[in-house]
Design a protein around this ligand. Structure first.
Ligand SMILES: Cc1cc2nc3c(=O)[nH]c(=O)nc-3n(C[C@H](O)[C@H](O)[C@H](O)COP(=O)(O)OP(=O)(O)OC[C@H]3O[C@@H](n4cnc5c(N)ncnc54)[C@H](O)[C@@H]3O)c2cc1C
Length: 456
């Protein structure tokens, strides 16, 4: 009788099935800082939507749990496999199928990376606007985590930029949702249900993405402030101008120091400002016309000058690029500094100062410390937590509770994965959890899709 691996091989060919020790350690984990790696029993590389659907039927029949994997850059353990499970890696499905210039749409397979899409759209003067820090991440992974990133303040997150999907269901059906449409009012929105579901409802086998024209001129302002509260007070001031910044990030001074050391960043900040400033606001602006961009820079500069900033720097092209690249790599700097966990709590923008004060207070009680940066325009706080002892889970739970009390959520863009699902279960209204459970059951009655993620 054929083994399960042999049955998978009838679908994708023997070269695309690995089992046991032949599966390399990269497939045992993602980039989450917490939790042990886990070897899967099988690793399979489908080459098409039809093969993906057939694999799901076979896994259902054999009772094998399935964890989809894009590039493994996730920060919440969502593609960490289940023991005895199957990892279904989309590396072979990495073709950009179409760039439709007139409809400003790209249709891609799920294994396409952000870097590949950036290269492919550039010659058309178009861009995919979602810009999470790790460009090797795949579009399938972005869809499943509802990835955000620095440009969300202007363009929204993944769910605002995915127009349609083809997805494989656990039943083996392939469904299509949405399309090259910017609006639709026809039944339940299955596209939006699948986005952010972390591989627990269906597997994306093709994605239709909205593209935007590339801005012609851009500038980056770095504004120094006494403290984080002053930075956060400046955020609504900037947004009220009606100039829609493409980036609105904050960095605390510990994070800027760590980035400067790790990435050799030299921004020309006056040493007296550097020693006085506790936090910075980074503002990205762009425009079709250079003179309009210059007018926006002057207006925002004057406003912030009158709003208690210590100093304002308009970075030249090279420094701006280096700063944004360094900010993208903030995770690696925090990891190198031995952070024990990175959180991406989200709260209403105006509640960020209160969140910081209360989270700092909790950290002091646990002899922990917090450092961070984040998407100030979105209320999305990226906190590096330094708390190596047993108190950590208790501290994280308390920080999540504060976020919820302020009307926020546990994760703004990294997802729950295997790391935060237990906190989510404990902190979420049982009626909401029960409804989510019924949705999960109707997509995946046998519970084979990424069990243990989102729902315990
Ligand atoms: C340095 C660094 C910076 C980062 N910065 C950001 C940031 O600014 N913003 C942000 O949002 N994230 C950020 N991330 C996190 C990460 O890049 C994103 O979560 C990304 O979306 C993960 O994509 P991936 O291809 O690596 O997915 P994986 O890690 O491989 O998988 C993530 C989830 O997607 C599921 N999945 C993968 N493919 C499919 C598919 N085809 N169908 C269904 N489910 C699928 C997996 O099962 C898993 O649940 C950062 C990560 C790093 C390392």
């Amino acid at each position: 009788m054929a083994t399960v691996a042999e049955k998978f091989a009838t679908i994708v060919g023997p070269a695309n099935v690995l089992a046991g020790d032949r599966i390399g350690p990269d497939y045992h984990h993602d980039e989450a800082l917490v939790g042990p790696p886990q070897a899967p029993r099988y690793l399979v590389y489908p080459g098409s939507a039809e093969e993906t659907a057939a694999l799901l039927v076979m896994a259902s029949d054999a009772g094998v749990p399935v964890t989809a994997r894009g590039s493994g850059t996730g920060l919440s353990g969502a593609c960490r496999p289940v023991a005895d499970g199957l990892v279904l890696s989309f590396e072979r499905m990495a073709t950009i199928l179409e760039i439709d210039v007139d409809n400003q749409v790209a249709i891609v397979q799920p294994g396409v990376t952000l870097a590949a899409l950036e290269e492919a759209t550039r010659p058309y003067g178009l861009m995919y606007s979602v810009f999470p820090g790790e460009q090797s991440a795949s579009i399938g992974g972005n869809v499943a985590t509802n990835a955000g990133g620095m440009r969300a303040v202007r363009y929204g997150v993944t769910r605002h930029n995915v127009l349609g999907l083809q997805a494989a269901l656990a039943s083996g059906d392939l469904i299509r949702t949405g399309g090259k449409l910017t609006k639709v009012s026809t039944g339940y929105d299955l596209t939006q249900l699948i986005i952010g579901s972390e591989g627990t409802l269906a597997l994306a086998t093709e994605v239709t993405l909205r593209l935007f024209p590339r801005p012609a001129h851009s500038a980056t302002l770095m504004v120094a402030f006494d403290d984080l509260t002053a930075v956060m007070a400046a955020v609504p001031t900037v947004l009220r101008t009606g100039v829609a910044p493409s980036i609105l990030e904050y960095l605390d001074t510990r994070t800027l120091d760590a980035l400067s050391q790790a990435q050799g960043l030299e921004l020309g900040i006056d040493p007296t400002v550097r020693s006085a400033a506790q936090a910075y606001l980074v503002i990205g602006l762009d425009n079709r016309e250079q003179d309009r961009l210059d007018a926006d820079i002057t207006m925002i500069g004057e406003l912030l000058d009158n709003s208690g900033s210590l100093d304002i720097y308009v970075l030249n092209g090279n420094s701006a690029r280096l700063l944004i690249e360094a900010r993208d790599k903030a995770f690696w700097s925090a990891k190198a500094a031995h952070a024990d966990e990175i959180l991406d709590v989200v709260v209403p923008r105006a509640s960020m100062p209160e969140f910081f004060v209360r989270a700092e207070g909790l950290a002091r009680l646990s002899n922990a410390h917090l450092a961070g940066c984040g998407h100030a325009g979105d209320g999305n706080v990226h906190l590096a937590v330094f708390c190596p002892d047993d108190d950590r889970e208790h501290l994280l739970h308390s920080i999540f509770s504060i976020a919820l009390e302020l009307g926020g959520a546990i994760s703004g863009e990294h997802g729950l994965g295997r790391i935060k699902t237990a906190h989510f279960s404990a902190l979420t209204d049982p009626a909401n959890l029960a409804l989510m459970r019924r949705i999960k059951d109707s997509f995946d009655p046998a519970g084979i899709l990424n069990p243990g993620v989102i729902l315990d």
